[in-house]
Design a protein around this ligand. Structure first.
Ligand code: GRG
Length: 312
């Protein structure tokens, strides 16, 4: 199928996607759009040293799964993904700043991210902390100041979602429990808490904020949350599996870190095969939540499969 046949403009007026939806093409077009928006979100600002450190990590590639989920959710409920793009960029900024901080010596202490030296290895610890801080603030600026044509009440709800996910009820809370659990005997309940907060919460915020901007009803938002909870946990289970099975070269980050840091992971608690089966089951449940949309949900359905089948 040609690129034009799967571009958002080509979706028939009924909103039904062609049954031969080309996911590879969709992913490529979406990534290109996101890359352009990320690039233009970082202007010629000062101080240059801070701008360089921010651009280094934000524009270092990555799968861009989070912004794409946001755009896809917005379109699914009938919104224009153009309107959701500043929020999609904000979500990638929150994700990237969390990676910068996660890699610091005081946290996971990693040298490699997205196939290149980590931010603090290039710019130093202090600049890496500040680049992450500035990126988090910029994320809120993208929504509150740089989202033209989105009704203010929707933006306010989006700001609320981003505040929750980037604070104690989300990434920070998950990271704290993760750090406190290193070297400890961790049960499945605690592991699930860590994964749901460190990883799944942001993926859920992507889908929910996209849907909010698109004008989703309460029922639609609930279906989105169910979808996102499943793929969020599945995403981190696959991450745990890849840490054991994939190379640093393919991952673009140091493989085998979990064993080294004596972290409890799904493969450690359940074994590789049972972990894989759990991820697949979660993805099946996620996809079931989108049944009301039938084939109009093709992008989010394919993104769910991608979460389970990814190799990096
Ligand atoms: C948000 C204020 C604030 C602080 C952050 C450091 C921290 C607190 C939280 C850690 C969050 C973290 C790094 C979770 C891991 C999530 C994860 C599996 C990341 C890898 O995501 P991919 O594979 O990476 O999508 P790419 O590079 O493809 O984007």
């Amino acid at each position: 199928m040609s690129a034009a046949a799967t571009s958002p403009e080509s979706v028939p007026p009924s909103g039904e996607l062609p049954s031969t939806f080309d996911f590879a093409e969709y992913l490529k077009l979406s990534r290109d759009r996101v890359e352009m928006a990320l690039d233009s979100s970082m202007g010629p600002e000062r101080p240059e040293s801070l701008r360089d450190a921010m651009r280094y990590s934000l524009l270092a590639g990555g799968k861009r799964l989070r912004p794409i989920l946001c755009l896809a959710a917005c379109e699914l409920v009938g919104g224009s993904s153009e309107l959701a793009m500043p929020t999609a960029v904000a979500l990638e900024m929150i994700h990237t700043m969390s990676l910068i901080h996660d890699d610091l010596p005081a946290m996971d202490n990693d040298d490699l991210r997205r196939g290149r030296p980590t931010n603090h290895k290039v710019y130093g610890d202090a600049m890496a902390i500040l680049a992450g801080d500035a990126m988090l603030s910029r994320a809120f600026e993208m929504v509150a100041v740089r989202s033209p044509n989105v009704p203010a009440d929707r933006l306010l709800r989006v700001v609320g979602e981003l505040a929750l996910v980037s604070g104690a009820p989300g990434l920070v809370g998950g990271q704290v429990v993760d750090l406190e659990s290193e070297g400890q005997a961790v049960d499945l309940e605690t592991l699930e808490y860590i994964h749901l907060h460190k990883t799944a919460a942001l993926l859920r915020a992507c889908v929910v904020t996209g849907a909010l901007i698109g004008g989703a009803s309460d029922d639609q938002l609930q279906a989105m949350r169910t979808y996102a909870n499943g793929i969020g946990l599945a995403f981190q289970i696959i991450d745990d599996i890849l840490d054991v099975t994939a190379s640093s070269e393919v991952l673009g980050k140091t493989a085998g870190k979990d064993l080294l840091a004596d972290k409890t992971t799904y493969p450690k608690l359940l074994g590789l095969e049972a972990s894989r089966e759990k991820a697949l089951q979660l993805v099946r449940e996620s996809k079931a939540a989108l049944e009301p949309w039938r084939n109009k949900a093709a992008p989010l359905l394919a993104l769910a499969d991608y979460v389970a089948s990814r190799d990096c």
